[in-house]
Design a protein around this ligand. Structure first.
Ligand code: ATP
Ligand code: MG
Length: 385
């Protein structure tokens, strides 16, 4: 029997006159994600249909769809002609491995189809009870599963039982572009995923401190970026060496401001790169109060060196909630691999928890800020993932 995947979207409905723009973007994102596979793709009344694929690709297609922002749900359906016999056979075969309580829900868009939807549901339910008397029972109020029968105007009927909830959110690219500061930690990949989910396409920037941080630490970040990229339709990682800047701060500034100053440099460089890449925002994985560099005073200090918006999707999230998401998107196991991050190099014993902005600016003035930024910017490695 022929199979199809029915894709549904949700929030796009709310977008009024811009709806066409969102729908087009979602269509393109789906097609791009499935590129290289055999399939046909059609739009059908606020839904999309993926058909004519090879059975062996079904699992891959489902995995890819589960990572596309803007898709609300999908169902794997059997497709038959609008013919009661064919529909009955499809329903029976779909329920062959099912047991428990059920109901049949028919939607009859093809008004030439007889019997009507209520009668069709009753007929199909009766047939199921006849064929599987010992394992199926009707419960129209709280069934353990529902058999959906969608009889379309164009002569095709879709039969399915499962509605899989996926990412939701908005199509990637519908909310502009941003630059994610990605470390090897748990938080920033989650922040990246959440940004993609809301429709902002991202580039990634990572600072490494070779030779203080090694090749394995960088590869870990590459792997995390690649995983976030699955929600972004591919991704570019920009790697900047932070070593010289850290050494200069370490040599010339009070130890307690090490992290404060590092963060100010990171954000400055991020803004420069973002402007070059035409990114409209900087994104970080900061969460209020999680560590010394994430107090409101520290955030004020790093925020004050740029004018571009700095988005912090996790700002009010508890660590446990962040970990739950990182497990869901499969970055957690990689994030906890024990490699050094540039932020753990030169870590002071007592970092300033509430840095005073005036004092920070004064202490920083001994550095050649512009020269250091330019030097860091002059040698950026680009990794396309
Ligand atoms: P994460 O789990 O994302 O590493 P964290 O809890 O370790 O976050 P910090 O080390 O204070 O917190 O970093 C805060 C944010 O700064 C990170 O979420 C990330 O956006 C950015 N950041 C930290 N280190 C780097 C780095 N080496 N390269 C790029 N961005 C970084
Ligand atoms: Mg970190």
């Amino acid at each position: 029997m022929k199979k199809a995947i029915i894709i549904r979207y949700c929030e796009i409905h709310l977008k009024g006159k811009n709806r066409g723009f969102f729908e087009k973007l979602l269509r393109e994102n789906i097609k791009k994600s499935l590129k290289g596979l055999d399939f046909t793709f059609t739009a059908m009344h606020s839904r999309y249909l993926v058909e004519d694929f090879n059975d062996c690709d079904l699992q891959i297609i489902k995995e890819k769809l589960s990572k596309i922002a803007g898709i609300h749900t999908y169902s794997e359906a059997l497709v038959v002609n609008n013919d009661l016999n064919e529909i009955t056979n499809a329903v029976l075969s779909l329920c062959d491995n099912k047991s428990g309580t059920f109901k049949v829900e028919t939607n009859r868009a093809d008004k030439t189809f007889s019997p009507n939807s209520m009668e069709t549901s009753m007929l199909l339910g009766g047939r199921l009870l006849e064929v599987y008397p010992s394992k199926l029972k009707v419960d129209v109020k709280k069934p353990s599963f529902t058999v959906y029968v969608d009889i379309r105007e164009d002569g095709k009927s879709f039969i399915y039982t499962d509605v899989i909830h996926t990412l939701s959110g908005m199509p990637v690219g519908s909310a502009g572009k941003g630059l994610l500061l990605i470390s090897g930690g748990i938080d920033s990949p989650v922040a990246g995923y959440m940004t993609c989910k809301r429709g902002m396409k991202i580039d990634c920037l990572h600072f490494h401190s070779y030779p203080y941080t090694g090749q394995a630490a960088k590869e870990k970040v590459v792997e995390l970026t690649r995983r976030v990229g699955e929600y972004n339709g591919g991704i570019n990682l920009y790697v900047v060496s932070f070593t010289k800047i850290q050494e200069e701060i370490h040599k010339k500034c009070p130890e307690e401001y090490m992290i404060t100053m590092m963060r100010r440099f990171m954000i400055r460089i991020a803004e420069r790169l973002a402007l070059k890449l035409e990114d409209q925002a900087i994104i970080t994985g900061e969460s209020l109060g999680q560590v010394a560099s994430q107090t409101i005073e520290s955030i004020t200090s790093s925020n004050s060196v740029v004018t571009m918006p700095v988005l912090r999707p996790l700002i009010m999230f508890d660590k446990n909630d962040i970990i739950d998401i990182s497990r869901k998107i499969d970055t957690y196991e990689t994030s906890i691999l024990p490699y050094e991050d540039c932020c753990t190099v030169f870590l002071p014993e007592f970092p300033a928890i509430k840095p005073n902005l005036e004092k920070v600016i004064k202490a920083e003035s001994v550095l050649d800020i512009e020269g250091l930024i330019e030097e860091a910017m002059s040698n950026i490695e680009v990794i396309k993932l």
